[in-house]
Design a protein around this ligand. Sequence first.
Ligand SMILES: C[S@@+](CC[C@H](N)C(=O)[O-])C[C@H]1O[C@@H](n2cnc3c(N)ncnc32)[C@H](O)[C@@H]1O
Length: 365
Amino acid sequence: MRLLLTTSRGIEDIAGREVEKLLSGLGVSFRVEEKPLGVEGRLLAEVEKTDYTDKKGRKRKLSLSTYLNERSRLLHRVIVEIAGERFEGIGGEEPEVALGRIEEFVASLPVERYVKVSESFAVRAFRKGKHRITSVDMARTVGKAIFERLSKLGSPQVNLDHPAVIFRAELVGESFFLGIDTTGDSSLHKRPWRVYDHPAHLKASIANALIELAKPDGGSFIDPFCGSGTIPIELALRKYGGEIIGLEKYGKHLRGARMNALSAGVLDRIRFLQGDATRIGDYVEGVDFAVSNLPYGLKIGRKGAIPGLYMGFFKALSGVLERRGVFITTEKRAIERAIEENGFTIEHHRLIGHGGLMVHAYVIH
Ligand SMILES: C[S@@+](CC[C@H](N)C(=O)[O-])C[C@H]1O[C@@H](n2cnc3c(N)ncnc32)[C@H](O)[C@@H]1O
């Protein structure tokens, strides 16, 4: 069985390690490939057998997709692969030719193994790269091919709003992929605990990637610009044993963070404080780990204020940070200057895809 797993661009390695850890716990043999066919934000997990022995020694059939949907903190979707193909030259082709190739390919696939004719289905399509077709064209074409194939066995039903089975078709560059989306229409990074929606909230998957980069091991942990609390809440949900603090300047966001933590069932695990991160030393004497997504110029509307804010924050942080910091921002120049001028060293840098932008993540000590 092959699963296509999606996550944010730039954290495929961290998500891959999580998947390997989850699968290792099952005793099944598997292989995880990052960026299959060079496609970013994707992983391919190949699992040889899906039987396992439970704690009472009984042989059981494993629903791998359910297992990953329920346990992963870094994945966005779990898709059971039906087939993948490389369509050379599809980018420059006339729409009828490109869609004709996709239709012919999908029509040849045994989709009836994945959906009962009596079950309603829909096709969701995703396209990235240069093509002369749209994702709407793709969804229609793939849907037609599946419908015609199933029509030979009965009367298939399409239900675009509430389908029982979701087919996912992806065309990224020249790579085409068809699968069954076991996650459903709401991506896993949209956490059910989020009752307060901060305008610049971090995806929970990226919050977990930043936590992995910080490698907190039980020491005290702070998010000094915690907004709606995504990072502290996700850390608390991982049953972190150490102290967790969320600092935020504005009361409205802090109240939202508390509501989110309450809804996640971890309010008693996080100390939320209202205050200014450029005076972090007023709230904590020392802290082992600091992880945050910093205010970006674009989001707070006053881009000119960013270099001064970062300089003030990293100066204050240099007086309290004892182990490691992880920060994410679009403002490369301002953060690098503030990090270096305040005596920190950049241990690691990477780009992560967030909200259509590539943002810079830094691990410092
Ligand atoms: C990018 S948002 C963080 C979003 C958060 N990670 C989440 O998922 O909701 C940055 C936050 O920093 C807060 N902020 C701005 N200046 C601040 C300061 N000097 N001290 C503390 N918080 C500040 C903003 O109000 C905003 O909520």
